[in-house]
Design a protein around this ligand. Structure first.
Ligand code: PLP
Length: 414
């Protein structure tokens, strides 16, 4: 149980359970956490700080699971949003700023000639497969096993409720197994429409794994040789590692790139970016959505990109992330705990080696952090934003040092 008063949060959760199945969706479901250790709702968010319904404040290292990249209610983004809100948002037609954002993304991204917009990463991922299938006249898609590309049937890791037929055209290979991918491509020669990968492996319930040297190059080569589209699902990592698309960090140029999360600093927007070879297919695939024309998220996106560029946001997040990761590993060592820090500094994650995948110590650690005003998740990677300051990171490190002691206190052999 938290030392903080979470009574309003808990009351809301009891009400929610009656009218919302499970009460709270996804990773923040209390079933994944030490019972009663986290608030279940957030009332206010500003910069890198959250306030729960009981008035407790947290420095947030989950950043809304990625979208918040330049700070909750970032003044420049909010000003652009307000300006656009006074013009139009949802409409029969898109607003002129859709063209501006498409041009901006095409200009930013090597090898990319067009962009189409949607509302979330799952839709963007499914749409990109449809484009690849329309372009190649093939149905099979290769993806990395146990990789999250959204909640649609082909990608959803929880199979409950989805017919097996939805996964019938998916074949998989292991992350960083270049030979395995080559074998798979040979086995399905002439049948692959696409190979879809994330820029690094960032699954919940596991350490993040960076691409082995040459792995993304092999994906590129195999896709080209197979006549398949290489899709990089940058939904989670986009605009935290490289403004040109995360794959450029490894010198790789995909045929399609998927963005969402950080693209509009929390406003609902996703994008599929592609090259000229796929343009006709993108024209033929019918996709639409009630809110696809929304101009406010597009205004938010343009302002977010402006802010990141003007403030050298990528370098800033890398510096802060490095400070955070180094501090965590130093504090853990001082506490006599063996931890693994994984992922790029701007999207870090920490696990306890003695947990061996159980996340027991991680749960206790995250609960102890929440009780002291730092929001991290035990089983899902964390995020750094440009709104964090050195002082915020240092505060979090002091809290982590106390949380390590709590772990030591609760596990005989920590
Ligand atoms: C790599 C990746 N692809 C797709 C998705 C799905 O995005 P959304 O939740 O916006 O549908 C996510 C969400 O976490 C993701 O991390």
């Amino acid at each position: 149980m938290s030392e903080r008063d979470l009574s309003k949060s808990n009351e809301l959760f009891q009400r929610a359970k009656r009218v919302i199945p499970g009460g709270v969706y996804g990773h923040q479901s209390p079933s994944l956490l030490v019972p009663g250790s986290f608030p279940t709702f957030i009332s206010k968010a500003e910069g890198c700080r959250l306030t729960d319904p009981d008035g407790n404040e947290y420095i947030d290292f989950l950043c809304a699971y990625g979208p918040m990249v330049v700070g909750y209610r970032n003044p420049q983004v909010e000003e652009a949003v307000e300006r656009q809100r006074h013009q139009c948002d949802s409409g029969n037609l898109p607003a002129p700023n859709m063209v501006e954002l498409a041009e901006r993304l095409v200009g930013l991204t090597p090898g990319i000639d067009w962009t189409v917009f949607a509302k979330n990463g799952s839709d963007a991922a499914s749409w990109s497969l449809a484009i690849a299938r329309a372009a190649t006249g093939r149905e099979l898609v290769a993806m990395v096993e146990r990789t999250y590309h959204g909640v649609h049937g082909w990608a959803n890791m929880m199979h409950e409720g989805f017919p097996a037929a939805e996964r019938a055209n998916i074949v998989s290979f292991a992350w960083n197994d270049a030979e395995g991918l080559e074998r798979l491509a040979d086995e399905h020669a002439g049948k692959l429409a696409a190979v879809i990968v994330t820029p690094f492996k960032h699954e919940a319930f596991g350490d993040s794994v960076m691409p082995a040297p040459g792995f993304l190059d092999t994906v590129r080569t195999v896709a080209t040789r197979s006549g398949a589209a290489m899709i990089v699902d940058d939904v989670r990592a986009g605009f935290r590692l490289d403004m040109r698309g995360s794959a450029q960090l490894w010198g790789v140029t995909p045929d399609m790139i998927l963005y969402s999360k950080a693209l509009a600093n929390g406003y609902p927007l996703s994008a599929v970016l592609g090259n000229d070879g796929l343009r006709d297919a993108a024209k033929r695939v019918f996709v639409t959505g009630t809110f696809f024309t929304q101009a406010v998220p597009i205004a938010a996106s343009l302002a977010t990109l402006d802010y990141l560029e003007a403030n050298d946001g990528i370098a800033r997040m890398r510096e802060l992330g490095n400070r955070f990761c180094k501090g965590l590993s130093d504090r853990a060592e001082e506490a006599g705990l063996a931890v693994t820090l994984s992922g790029p500094p701007a999207i870090p994650f920490m696990t306890f080696q003695k947990d061996e995948g159980s996340f027991e110590r991680s749960r206790v650690f995250a609960a102890a952090c929440a009780a002291r005003g730092v929001f991290v998740h035990p089983c899902h990677n964390w995020f750094v934003s440009t709104a964090h300051s050195e002082a915020d990171v240092d505060f979090a490190l002091d809290v982590a040092a106390e949380a390590f002691e709590t772990v030591n206190g609760q596990f005989e052999e920590a």
